[in-house]
Design a protein around this ligand. Structure first.
Ligand code: OKP
Ligand code: ZN
Length: 345
């Protein structure tokens, strides 16, 4: 299986995040990608290739033009305003009785208008890295579509699944899975399924495709009653309008291990069999791991191998896209366990 990765993804190097009422060391850091890359090479998963540049058009198929313009120009504006902080955080949001429109002119208003949380810093190279990450997703999709590869791994960083049409958050700035899904549809595919196995609900991906039947979104995750993103990912969210029935969520209790998880996974697999997608995209987070510093599931490293083996049995062309996973020392092992389990099954 080929891996797609660009060193440009490492240029997003957040220092801190706001968590638990404190400025804490960031967990979504470049060493995550480095250890996964190293393990891919050590375990000889397959060739590592650099992404092609797909330009801005595939980004515009998912994200709002004003959001992309904001992301593109943000750092220059931050500097032009005379800000000296090494990274920017939003702190005020247009909730309910406030107005999302008109879009503010002030930089702090813009940050709030285009974000969902205060845990996601933007630095000087954030958007450059996010575009490289999206290009990795697109290149992996292209390898599976045209390259005679039954599967490919997009080593994406920063991740994407919390990012919506016009907001960043949850360490995500472009929705890599959504961008790749739409690209495959634009290339002639009829149906795409996205299976999100990150510990956190993929709220951005869900929202983007909520009213569409051409993308089936399935997510297994920690119950949002007890976990980030808190405001989406409940069992009763099943899609709307033409997309009714094309979103499915399996919110699972804190402490969930492979035994419980794999039962929910079997249900998700049944939906995949019925839907018969042309391609399956897997939003692959490794944060279900028992030692993950911000998560509360109980996967062992071997459980990730079982996950890969189960996905192989689906018999579908698959694009794996990396999302979360913050136990850096074990991240390479856990990620390559999925991919190698898939490859060898
Ligand atoms: C991104 B991905 C906990 C703070 C959690 C946001 C988590 C984003 C996860 N105190 N902050 O889905 O792995
Ligand atoms: Zn996560």
């Amino acid at each position: 299986m080929k891996t797609v990765f660009s060193p440009v993804e490492l240029k997003h190097a957040p220092k801190n995040e706001i968590a638990d009422g404190q400025l804490r060391p960031a967990v979504e850091i470049p060493s995550r990608a480095e250890i996964v890359l190293r393990t891919v090479q050590e375990r000889a998963l397959g060739e590592v290739v650099e992404p092609l540049d797909f330009g801005s058009q595939p980004l515009h198929r998912i994200h709002a033009a004003d959001y992309l313009a904001f992301m593109e120009s943000f750092w220059d504006r931050w500097i032009a305003e005379g800000r000296t902080a090494e990274e920017a955080f939003p702190y005020v949001w247009p909730i309910r009785s406030l107005r999302a429109d008109p879009v503010p002119e002030h930089i702090d208003g813009l940050l709030g208008r285009y974000s969902m949380d205060a845990g996601t810093p933007i630095g000087p190279f954030t958007f450059e890295a996010a575009k490289a990450s999206a290009n990795a997703a697109l290149t992996a999709a292209q390898l599976v579509k045209d390259g005679g590869e039954g599967s490919a791994f997009a080593l994406c960083r920063p991740p994407g699944h919390h990012c919506g049409k016009d907001f960043f958050g949850g360490y995500c700035f472009l929705n890599n899975a959504a961008i790749a899904a739409q690209w495959l549809l634009d290339q002639g595919a009829h149906r795409i399924a996205i299976l999100d196995v990150d510990y956190h609900h993929g709220n951005g991906t869900q929202a983007i495709f909520y009213d569409r039947p051409d993308v089936l979104f399935l997510s297994l995750h920690a119950d949002p009653r007890h976990e980030y993103p808190h405001f989406l990912g409940h069992e009763d969210e099943t899609g709307e309008k033409a997309g009714t029935g094309f979103t499915r969520n399996w919110p699972l209790p804190l402490g969930t291990g492979w035994e419980t998880y794999s039962e929910a996974l079997e249900e998700a697999c049944r939906w995949l069999h019925v839907y018969k997608p042309d391609y399956l995209l897997v939003s692959l987070g490794m944060d279900c791991y028992r030692e993950d510093p911000i998560s509360k599931f109980r996967f062992n490293s071997e459980d990730f191998t079982s996950l890969g083996q189960r996905l192989k049995r689906l018999g579908l062309p698959i694009v794996f896209l990396m999302e979360g996973g913050y136990a850096v020392d074990a991240l390479g092992t856990n990620c390559v366990n999925v991919l190698d389990g898939f490859k060898r099954a």
